[in-house]
Design a protein around this ligand. Sequence first.
Ligand SMILES: [Zn+2]
Ligand SMILES: [Zn+2]
Length: 408
Amino acid sequence: MIDWNTDRILPVAGKISRPSCDSCLGRQFANVGHGMSNVERGSILRKSLGIAEVEPDECWLCEGIMGELENFSSMIVEAMDGYEYDTFLVGSRVEEDILKREEELLSLTDYGETIKREINREVGKLVADATGKEVDFIRPHITAIINTQYDDIELDVRPLYIYGRYRKLVRGIPQTRWPCRKCGGIGCDYCHGTGKMYEESVEEIIAERVVELADGTEEYFHGAGREDIDVLMLGNGRPFILEVREPRRRNLDLKMLEGEINSFGMNKVEVSDLRFAEKSEIEKLKSLKASKTYRVEIALEGEGKLNEAVNALRNCYIDQRTPSRVVHRRADKIRRRKILDIRVEAEGPGEAVLVVKAESGTYIKELVTGDGGRTKPSLSELAGCPAEVKKLDVIGIGDKDGEKIERN
Ligand SMILES: [Zn+2]
Ligand SMILES: [Zn+2]
């Protein structure tokens, strides 16, 4: 038990001459004496000072807020009721007037804490007792913010992040939803009212069922790079993270989800390796510098020395000036990239199939054509005849098992 008199506390408490509720009085000495609430501290002090009890409604500092904690707790429990969550955190916005008065008081002692801190902690305890859920200060599923001025609760629901790898089995589908370039997504004659340039996308095929099951509001698709619309994504698939905002359900059965997406994808898009992820992984995914392996069908014009060209390119560095097809939207500069492996898989008159493994960021179409001398050396240049790409597929990302993205 603390001796409030000899601790120089009572004299300071005596200065708090205006009518204060026990919470507000005790809070100014929150760091004195452990294992008791501010209400208990305030009550001891008040009795030592011989003052009558002040109800929160009459309190000059909180103007009744400290009598509302049970009420705030029930409002939060009710607001979170429609959501699946394991952890939560309570925050608060308190009127400026109260914070100003509090500042005045806190400057009198070195032992106090703020009213927000007390509200957050005490309401947090009440909500935990009522729901059986845990408070998480770092990554709560839901943050409930009390607005004391409007007697209102606002929920900040942590998005759901799902990692996976996708395979794109047909050509002509962009990776992400592509808004109509005429109307920007509203719907017009040009896009037949769809608001989109393409009927479907890898993003939409994967996300539709996930958003539905998670009962979220919107989604964002984060891919580890992207392939062109006319390029297949095969092999082990391309890593992605799907973000679903404001999910009402978050305990999804990902194995079942995988099956549903794959049957919904109808042999156009397939997903694998689904698991829950964290927001911090998105950045890592975006900056992933994985090598890629391609299968390239090429056409050769005339008699070229294909095998010599392929042998010369293996383990060779090439310099690629920004391709003429993308230079209007990207900086014109020269990038040096390594061709890690290249071999001829099949060969016929005037055509061949190559397998090429190259560093991240290599332009494969230009490696074949030379892009009018912008890529050097190129297959066309080394073979001594014009060459072009008929079909291009990504058949692997990273090494055999793919570059693993570690969780932190
Ligand atoms: Zn008060
Ligand atoms: Zn349109």
